[in-house]
Design a binder for this molecule. Structure first.
Ligand SMILES: [Zn+2]
Length: 214
């Protein structure tokens, strides 16, 4: 399904005390296009290469074509819930990291932390994943999370196509009469408005989820 895998990954990051990474992924996928990847990464304490690697890991977990827009949709809903509901179990101490559940210690930023969480605290990961999926399902009036996400995804794609059509009309502006042009643009605009209304109606079935302030 993809959604569960992405959620597991975000939950593990958050349990590891790497909420900056969850926030960076949210900023990358959802608030894209405002800053360069390097600037965005830096503002979350990461390098450009680290952020690119993390983004690739998310994309590999999402199946099918148009995975970028699907990943965006998942991150948009999952990251705020993970940041709000998952409390880290790995905490930084004076120069090392401590697992508050079993008191094991690690060097800071050790890759062994993720392995430890998966091996020793798998139940905690699963518990959070199930709980967050439960919250998401409750937020869907029709209780068909995946169907809604698929529908929304298709609408987003259609929206992109209409926008492309509109752009083609704009570039053909010199070859069309004013009346032809006006009716073409109006037709495309109507389609666009109708799609946006449908997208809004599906989005309104989700509980509004805000990213906690940093
Ligand atoms: Zn532990």
């Amino acid at each position: 399904m993809g959604l569960r895998e992405v959620l597991e990954y975000l939950v593990t990051l958050q349990l590891s005390g790497r909420s900056n990474v969850v926030e960076a992924l949210h900023a990358y996928f959802v608030d894209d296009g405002r800053e360069s990847v390097a600037e965005l990464a830096r503002s979350y304490g990461l390098s450009k290469h680290q952020l690119r690697g993390l983004v690739q890991r998310i994309l590999r977990k999402v199946p099918g074509p148009a995975r970028a827009s699907r990943a965006r949709l998942y991150i948009q809903y999952l990251a705020p819930l993970v940041l709000r509901f998952v409390k880290p179990i790995i905490e930084p101490r004076d120069g090392y990291a401590l697992c508050t559940l079993c008191k094991r210690t690690f060097t800071l930023d050790s890759t062994a932390i993720t392995t430890h969480i998966h091996a020793m605290h798998r139940d905690v990961v699963e518990e959070h994943v199930d709980r967050i999926i439960g919250i998401l399902k409750k937020c869907c009036r029709r209780q068909h999370l995946e169907k809604n996400l698929d529908e929304l995804h298709d609408l987003q794609l259609a929206h992109t196509h209409i926008r492309a059509a509109l752009n083609r009309v704009h570039s053909a502006i010199a070859y069309l009469s004013r009346t032809e042009l006006r009716s073409e643009v109006e037709r495309v605009n109507e389609l666009l408005e109708e799609l946006l209304r449908r997208i809004d109606s599906i989005l309104s079935q989700f509980l509004p989820v805000e990213l906690p302030s940093r």
